[in-house]
Design a protein. Structure first.
Length: 157
């Protein structure tokens, strides 16, 4: 039995504010931007959490050096005022194969397992949309201790 359990979930449509980092550690650069914005706009919940989804953009395997990009979406409701200099978009929602991890060190292995699970599935196939990483940990948690849900969009065969 694998240490990764797979479940199917519907990610609902959502309005998101988009933040990007680029460099050797773009995830944390983008995360710092999101956290500063969320604090300024009062978007942090009582448990010191924000709802975010991120992905490599551009991915490390497409760049020509060690630098790559990471994009984080901060979920903002339709009522949230977002200044014009911050890009917003509407995520359409999707059915996803999902797994959870308890520490950042497992993320590569978890993504590989999730992609292979979908590839071998008799019921689902990859929806050709980017996989998303949802950080579940409260703000202030060190990066190594982040807990995640990993979402891989799927469609039925």
């Amino acid at each position: 039995m694998s240490k990764f359990q797979i479940r199917i979930e519907e990610l609902p449509p959502m309005r998101v504010a988009v933040f990007r980092g680029y460099g050797l550690t773009p995830e944390m650069e983008a995360h710092r931007q999101v956290e500063a914005f969320a604090r300024e706009k009062g978007l942090i919940d009582q448990d010191n959490r924000i709802k975010t989804f991120g992905y490599n953009h551009p991915a490390p395997w497409v760049t020509t050096n060690d630098e790559y990009g990471y994009e984080i979406w901060l979920v903002v409701g339709p009522e949230a005022e977002v200044p014009g200099y911050v890009l917003t978009m509407q995520y359409p929602g999707s059915k996803c194969a999902v797994t959870s991890i308890e520490r950042l060190a497992d993320i590569g292995e978890a993504w590989e397992y999730l992609y292979n699970w979908v590839k071998d599935s008799k019921e689902f196939q990859h929806a050709q949309m980017s996989g998303l990483e949802e950080v579940l940990s409260p703000l202030g948690t060190s990066e190594e201790d982040f807990k995640f849900n990993l979402y891989l969009p799927v469609v039925e065969k």
